[in-house]
Design a protein around this ligand. Structure first.
Ligand code: UN1
Length: 500
């Protein structure tokens, strides 16, 4: 995979590609280049530079900050093919999804540009005469962003472009598996900044490293907010460190997403939705469909069609048109997948697929056939997130039981129900329905648009990113009480007599 020309078009020269960390493509296992990881002293200097940038950026009017993001979106539009391809080469997701990820960045940029004129607070009625209460949203500081390999640029953009219009500076630790995409994005943002002129340098610092670097960012007192995306284990390691200094954490962690398929579901629509959510991105999305809870009256027919469709899905080079399933990220993902399948079988599961697939004799690449596993019950392995294309199928007779199964896992990201029965649909959305942050009707749990707030409950971490009012996480709220009278009435009717 020769990424040199497309990196050059995005402003990264081969001479920059040296250092201790080898970057490889999961497509064929071959090296793409090298990057240099940073030690904690370098991280501290990056935070200090970003903090200095914040001090002047916070004074720039928000619509002008939005102009930077508008120009950045122009760079992204101009380099959609290059960046989308780079994402595919670094992550192994199919090109359609690589391009879709860049589109997701463009979408959140457009949202952020509008938002830059809409950072609004409320005005409240005061109990005191000639008084007014209002809230003002102010820039927060340096925002630390930790991202995962599977969405190397879009999830950064959800956080970063909102943080930037909110007046913050950003220090980004990308996954050490996908640093080139991060460097390309940094370069495109720098071009936008150059076109705008007058922006402080170091609005975005990229720090390359592994979990030690993420921990140092979590510990840093000059980073008031750390937004981290990745496994529940990663979140459990970072959150106590951030809490220990009373910083804020915005966590988007694991998902173990289910879909309930009811007797009234549209069979064609359901099949397509289940396939996209279960095998898309080779099962490596936090929103991937991992558990299918099917009414027993339609279970066999749906399983037959799924077996066929999953058996026929084109597995191979994700850059080739027509491929639906690219490789797993690396050999350890394959080992984890096989261990989960072995455990599921030991629990009484009947498995179809899941085996390694040879593609062009690429020995250090890990392609698999997506697995469908019919489970007698929702055993411990089903309740755990395995970041691979495994779809566990369970039957149900009674909707209450299906909803209980949906909720009976530690994670709470996304859930779906396929039904044409209004009562079932509304029940699933209600207080006694799905307990997830994202709950859908007649579409799968993955592939959310940026307009809504994205995130989940329980071990998913509780954070909300992207649309709606997620921007508030990147600002601090000041409540202001203004007295425009000549007297000083006290709240709660307190009389506090002073003076002669
Ligand atoms: C993730 O896998 O971390 O909803 C994010 C989706 C995408 C984002 C997934 N828009 O599937």
């Amino acid at each position: 995979m020769d990424v040199v020309p497309l990196l050059a078009r995005m402003g990264i020269m081969v001479s920059e590609l040296s250092g201790d960390l080898a970057v490889r493509s999961p497509i064929d296992g071959a090296g793409l280049g090298r990057v240099r990881s940073m030690d904690n002293a370098e991280l501290a200097s990056a935070v200090a530079r970003a903090h200095a940038a914040f001090l002047s950026w916070r004074l720039v009017p928000p619509p002008r900050r939005g102009e930077l993001i508008r120009l950045f979106a122009e760079e992204l539009r101009g380099h959609k093919n290059d960046l989308g391809r780079l994402v595919t080469v670094e992550t192994g997701k199919i090109l359609q999804e690589g391009l879709g990820e860049v589109q997701e960045m463009i979408d959140i940029c457009d949202f952020a540009v509008g938002l830059s004129r809409q950072l609004h607070g409320l005005t409240m009625a005061s109990e005191r005469p000639n008084h007014r209460i209002m809230e003002t949203w102010l820039p927060l500081g340096v925002v630390g962003i930790v991202t995962a390999f599977n969405f190397p640029v879009a999830v950064w953009a959800w956080n970063a472009v909102l943080a930037l219009v909110c007046g913050d500076a950003v220090v980004w630790k990308p996954s050490e598996k996908t640093p080139l995409s991060a460097l390309a994005v940094k370069s495109l943002l720098a071009r936008a900044a150059e076109r705008l002129g007058g922006t402080p340098s170091s609005l975005l610092e990229v720090v390359i490293g592994g979990h030690k670097t993420a921990e140092a960012l979590a510990d840093h007192p000059q980073v008031p907010l750390v937004s981290a995306t990745g496994s529940c284990a990663m979140g459990k390691a970072l959150a106590p460190r951030i809490a220990a200094r009373l910083g804020r954490a915005l966590l988007e962690l694991g998902g173990n997403n289910a879909a309930i398929v009811t007797p009234s579901a549209d069979p064609e629509l359901t099949l397509r939705a289940v396939l996209f959510s279960a095998i898309g991105t080779a099962g490596q999305r936090c929103t991937t469909l991992r558990r299918l809870i099917v009414h027993n009256s339609i279970r066999d027919s749906l399983v037959e069609r799924l077996k066929q469709a999953m058996g026929n899905a084109a597995i191979g080079d994700p850059l080739a048109p027509g491929t639906l399933v690219g490789p797993l990220i690396d050999g350890s993902a394959f080992v984890a997948m096989q261990a989960a399948l072995a455990q599921a079988e030991a629990d009484g599961g009947i498995r179809f697929g899941g085996e390694r697939v040879d593609v062009k004799n690429w020995r250090d690449a890990w392609y698999v056939r997506p697995a469908l596993v019919l489970m007698p019950d929702q055993t411990a392995i089903v309740r755990q997130e395995t970041f691979a294309p495994i779809l566990y199928v369970m039957g149900y007779d009674d909707l209450d039981h299906a909803i209980a199964m949906n909720n009976e896992v530690p994670q709470g990201l996304a859930a779906s129900i396929f039904t044409n029965d209004l009562r079932e649909a509304e029940r699933f959305l209600s207080a006694s329905g799905s307990d997830c942050g994202i709950t859908n009707i007649n579409i799968g749990p993955s592939g959310a648009e940026i307009g809504g707030a994205f995130g989940g409950e329980k071990e998913t971490g509780g954070g909300r990113e992207a649309g709606s009012d997620s921007w508030k996480a990147y600002m601090r709220r000041a409540t202001n009480t203004i007295n425009y009278g000549h007297d000083l009435p006290l709240a709660q009717g307190i009389i506090f007599a002073t003076g002669p």
